[in-house]
Design a binder for this molecule. Structure first.
Ligand code: MRU
Length: 372
């Protein structure tokens, strides 16, 4: 997608030397900074500290991390060590394990001297696929926005509510939940996005920045405002992303997603989840019991960073030693979800719906985690 008229992707090889270039999202929305990562340790640190974030981008970044690791140590021990290091960075988004497994399987049978270049090839392939998957997903979701516009008599913008950042910053390009929004906007369908601020990490600031860069009208709201907006008919549809979707259609996404789904059901507002197929974890069915929910640092809740006089400052907003819990994700059961928007099509949230799009995953052939 474009920033100031220039096309950028969130990650790619540096072009010279063994290094990748990322957009460092910890500087956004205040400044647009790219960073160069040269070691697997730097990649692991970038994922852990959310310099890159969003399920698909975490996966792509980890794939490039495997390349950097193998440039330094292509031995069997180096390969396993890199996979373990990267796998431990963030537990919830299944794209991480999926991408690591994919690179691992493609390089493990090779003699060590051939592994690094093969890992780079696989990381590049995976990145290109991510872009194409999200483009397809966007095209599949677009009719939902067009239909909402028709229902509104084509006389006002379609109001979409989204949570967290499931835009191009969360992927290699296009985004997931925002891909249909960008496509609708580009096709002349008037769209307005309600952007949840998404405490505590405030990914809503990333979403607002993206939408502003692309010229899509939007309004940031406090997380608690969504129910009120829906009660008053100000939301036509919700579209959110997913960090892991079970074979039964339960969706794990950024903390607070579940509350929006509850409000949407009460208000009769369609609640859609956009997910690329690598986000489906076919090995599990019970989202509440089986998905590991990342618990992040209390400082994300107690402290807030912002600009003051042109410089970034962090201030504490709670009393010292106040007990804090910071679960980063929650699970929205399939029964609260109107539809799943995937790169293969749109389906009802549930096992039957998913299998209609992915028949090869039928009960007898539930494939193990990591298979494509
Ligand atoms: O903790 P984050 O910022 O990595 O969480 C991101 C989300 O929860 C997104 O909604 C999700 O990854 C889907 S984005 C394509």
């Amino acid at each position: 997608m474009k920033v100031d008229g220039v096309h950028h992707r969130t990650i790619g090889p540096a072009g010279e030397g063994a290094a990748v270039v990322i957009i460092d999202q910890t500087h956004l929305p205040h400044s647009f900074v790219k960073a160069r990562l040269e070691t697997v340790g730097q990649v692991a640190d970038a994922i852990t500290h959310m310099r890159v974030r969003g399920a698909p981008l975490i996966g792509a970044t980890a794939a490039f991390g495997m390349w950097l690791a193998l440039e330094a140590d292509p031995s069997q021990g180096g390969l396993r060590g890199a996979k373990d290091l990267l796998l431990a960075t963030r537990p919830t988004a299944v794209n991480l394990a999926w991408a690591l497994e994919r690179v691992f399987k493609s390089v493990a049978p090779l003699p060590p001297p051939e592994r690094a270049s093969a890992a780079l090839e696989e990381a590049l392939r995976l990145s290109e696929e991510d872009v194409e998957i999200n483009r397809a997903l966007g095209l599949n979701g677009l009719p939902l926005i067009r239909q909402a516009w028709q229902r509104a008599g084509k006389c006002r913008p379609v109001n979409v509510l989204t949570h967290c950042n499931a835009g191009w910053l969360a992927t290699v390009d296009w985004g997931t939940a925002l891909a249909p929004v960008y496509m609708a906007h580009d096709q002349g369908i008037p769209v307005h996005v309600w952007v949840d601020e998404t405490r505590p990490r405030l990914q809503g600031a990333l979403t607002a920045w993206e939408l502003a860069s692309h010229g899509v009208p939007h309004t940031v709201v406090a997380d608690n405002a969504g129910g009120h907006l829906m009660q008053h008919g100000k939301v036509d549809l919700c579209i959110v992303g997913s960090d892991r979707t079970t074979a039964a259609g339960d969706v794990c996404n950024k903390i607070g997603t579940y509350l929006k789904a509850l409000a949407a059901l009460d208000c009769g507002v369609p609640f859609h989840v956009a997910l690329p197929h690598p986000t489906i974890d076919w090995s599990i069915s019970d989202g509440l019991e089986e998905i590991p929910i990342e618990e992040r640092d209390a400082g994300e809740v107690t402290d807030v960073a912002g600009l003051k006089g042109g410089a970034l400052e962090t201030v504490r907003i709670f009393q010292q030693d106040t007990p804090v819990a910071n679960p980063a994700f929650d699970v929205t059961p399939a029964r609260l979800i109107t539809s799943l928007i995937t790169d293969k099509g749109v389906c009802a949230a549930g096992e039957e719906g998913l299998l209609s799009l992915f028949p090869e995953r039928g009960l007898d052939s539930h494939a193990s985690e990591g298979e494509d």
